[in-house]
Design a binder for this molecule. Sequence first.
Ligand code: DGL
Length: 295
Amino acid sequence: MKPAVIRQEPAASLQTARALPEEDRPIGIFDSGIGGLTVVREVMKILPNERIIYLGDTARVPYGTKSDRTIKAFTLQSCLFLLEHDVKMIIIACNTASAVALDFIANMFRIPVIGVIKPGSAAAASKTNTRRVGIIGTQTTINSHSYTRTLQSLNAQIEVFAQPCSLFVPIAEEGWLEHDVTMRVAEEYLKVFADTRIDTLVMGCTHYPILASAIQKTIDHVMGQHVHLIDSGIETAKQAKAILKESLLLNRSQSRTSNRFYVTDLPKNFSRVGQMFLGSAVDHVETVNVEIMGM
Ligand code: DGL
């Protein structure tokens, strides 16, 4: 186990301490656990030259049932850890942390900090014809109304219908992609959309892309027509590329040093679940402590 990473300075002091980021710095990606590897997978596809430092707060997952105060503190601690690795951008891959803590965190640092809610919402707003959009996510993400606010700030005429789907998280980790239980649970959750006339559904949780096929089949069946499924992780990877390009921070060299994966606890099922979420083996995993006393 690596030594604890403990920062004593207040976060704001980092603003003045940091020089402007350079293109060969890594991208930091943070999630409450392993789920954010679905976002890493998309970033690796869209930005193959970039080096990634991933932090999964596996010791304190799930965030989806925790209070705003706790999620903000955990997210700040995790971002400070990533800054220690001299990242040029932070992606908050966790929908729950993006919904609750992004506004609190974003202006503390000089580097860009992006979440998954805005990119997912922007894609949904441009895809919907009926201006009726469904959102699925954790209880905390749905309770925050963050997707609803963001969608309606993009287009005030959009009506949003939201449904928490908490059981999708353990089902995805089980790897039950189209198991009978998965289809039954999907039917139970998604039938609430039956009379809504949504034509677009946002998968507002890191775990849901693993179950995309089951979700697609079920929502199409419930609505009696094809529904556009939005993967917030894919949209976030595209936004990360656009921001890096605009800031002249894209890493153009082909010589990639390896990515690093940090977790706050190494769960027994890590390599099986990690491989399923990332789409390839997760190498170079280290356990760290990101807790800061008093936060
Ligand atoms: N990563 C979380 C999200 O995207 C799901 C798991 C959790 O509840 O922490 O909302």
